[in-house]
Design a protein around this ligand. Structure first.
Ligand code: 6LW
Length: 494
């Protein structure tokens, strides 16, 4: 069959994948959002269903007061001896830790910390030994891919941390993963930074520590995939990936990439998404990805199945604990989430605060679509937000005023906080609509008198190119300073 990329759309960066019991499992970064580390399952590597999150309890991860794009960085998932491990970094507290479970559908353990610095940790298991690597600094102060052997029961180091590879010369060496294939140890990583220069690079050795137990040997044909010289091309930033062998013995890399808004519009608001590219081994024992070492929007994979795509998201067909996310550590007393209805109790925390305002969101999956929701406000302010981070977000809301109610459209772009439009309303009960396209968001209020356009704003300001950081736009429902009931939610993509 022929599949289309991305295989998972929207802000799901830094994919890591493993296979177990005839299925595939994938995790992604979650930064300031809670629960942390979305967890997916697949039968075929093309169709991915989110089955939950790994970090579901506050005790597993500290997110209090953390900055946007801080918190939970690139995770790795591995399966060994009947047990799943997820290892990650809390970049805000500078801690590397792993959690584990024997039941992929159940809860994961409390964190086990490893005293090695750096980000993007990974695990490699062999013959009863567990190796921990990260992009950090070794015991002698040498930076690069750094590895130690650990006691997997306690996280304690059994050897010193040693630099095993310094990459192929690109900046920001990250996301190292080690694999043993036909007796050779392959070390795959990303370089170039998670932007337009991103790439995946390769090294190999004859032991877990590299050739002659010393250092890994760099592949002469790096990078093994990048889209940095591909233009005009919507798909950019290809890098940070994990290697997986399918049931037919074919190899693939699941990696991150992003779709820029247009051929000549190098901004991406959907965040970094999951792409899959085929892998080819060469006669000299190296491998590369993609047909010509670039990522395309579709590929052939063996098998007779279809690629399913969800185009419509409602309260009824989503799961509050799987599909939706909160900011930092939410106080669940402020949320009543039931069949077909969300009642949100706002606090004094707003979307501009580095805190946990009353807010619940889905990832924006496509450029083009529309979101509709009925809001019944009693007091304060409540509405929809296209949310990149606390400094960049667009909101359409109902507000209580001294004399009644109003609908308001608010643009927040860095230091510019602008109310673009507001109209009086007869009651606090109204339908709000957000129209999305490649280049803009449009805001509409629906009353008995029909649709009233409040205005529009350019999508390019809700991007990493403007905001910096590593997240993408999520579509949130929020309340501040009062309570509101949300019903008839529908988000549909074209
Ligand atoms: C992550 C690094 C990266 O730790 O971005 O694209 C960082 N790669 O590997 C944050 O996602």
């Amino acid at each position: 069959m022929r599949y289309s990329n991305p295989v998972v759309k929207g802000f799901y960066p830094d994919p890591s994948v493993c296979s177990a019991n005839g299925k595939y499992y994938m995790v992604c970064s979650s930064f300031q959002y809670f629960p942390g580390v979305p967890l997916f399952e697949s039968e075929d590597l093309v169709n991915w269903e989110q089955i939950g999150h790994v970090l579901t309890r506050k005790s597993q991860v500290m997110l209090e007061g953390i900055n946007s794009s801080g918190g939970v960085f690139a995770p790795t998932i591995r399966y060994n001896d009947g047990r799943f491990y997820m290892v990650t970094t809390n970049d805000t507290t500078h801690q590397n830790f792993y959690v584990y479970t024997d039941d992929i559908y159940g809860e994961w353990s409390e964190p086990v910390y490893v005293e090695q610095d750096g980000i993007d940790p990974s695990l490699f298991f062999e013959d009863g030994h567990a190796y921990f690597m990260s992009n950090g600094t070794d015991s002698k102060g040498v930076g690069g891919v750094v590895q130690c052997e650990i006691d997997i029961a306690t996280g304690s180091k059994l050897t010193e941390s040693r630099c095993i590879w310094q990459g192929s010369g690109g900046r920001f060496l990250e996301s190292p993963h080690l694999y043993k294939i036909n007796g050779t140890y392959y070390l795959m990583a990303a370089e170039g930074g998670t932007e337009y220069g991103h790439m995946i690079t390769l090294a190999r050795g004859d032991s877990v520590w590299g050739d002659k137990g010393e250092k890994f040997t760099t592949c002469p044909d790096n990078p093994i995939i990048t889209n940095r010289n591909k233009a005009p091309c919507i798909i950019q930033g290809i890098g940070h990936g994990d290697l997986i062998c399918d049931k037919n013995g074919d190899w693939h890399i699941l990696c991150l990439g992003f779709r820029q808004q247009g051929d000549w519009m190098p901004y991406h608001n959907l965040g970094r998404e999951v792409f899959m590219v085929p892998v080819t081994f060469t006669e000299d024992g190296w491998f590369y990805a993609g047909i010509d070492k670039t990522a395309e929007d579709s590929y052939e994979i063996k098998g007779d199945f279809i690629q399913r795509e969800k185009r419509q998201y409602t309260f009824e067909n989503t799961d509050w604990s799987k599909d939706w996310c909160f900011l930092r550590h939410p106080d669940m007393n402020n949320y009543k989430l039931s069949d077909g209805k969300a009642v949100l109790h706002g606090t004094d925390k707003t979307l501009d605060d580095v805190a946990s305002p009353t807010f619940i969101a889905l990832r924006q999956r496509e450029f083009n679509g529309e979101l509709t929701v009925k809001v019944k406000l009693t007091d304060g302010e409540a509405g929809i937000t296209a949310f990149m981070c606390e400094s960049e977000h667009y909101d359409i809301a109902v507000r209580k005023t001294e004399s009644g109610y109003e609908a308001v459209e608010k643009l927040n772009i860095g230091d510019i906080k602008h109310i673009q439009n507001s109209i009086p309303l007869e009651s606090g009960e109204v339908t709000l609509k957000l129209y999305m396209s490649n280049y803009s968001y449009r805001f509409v209020v629906v009353t008995e008198n029909g649709e009233t356009a409040l205005g529009s704003a350019q999508a390019k300001y809700l991007t990493s190119e403007v905001s910096g950081g590593f997240t993408g736009v999520v579509l949130g429902l929020y309340a501040v300073g009062g309570s509101a009931e949300f019903t008839d939610f529908e988000c549909t993509y074209k």
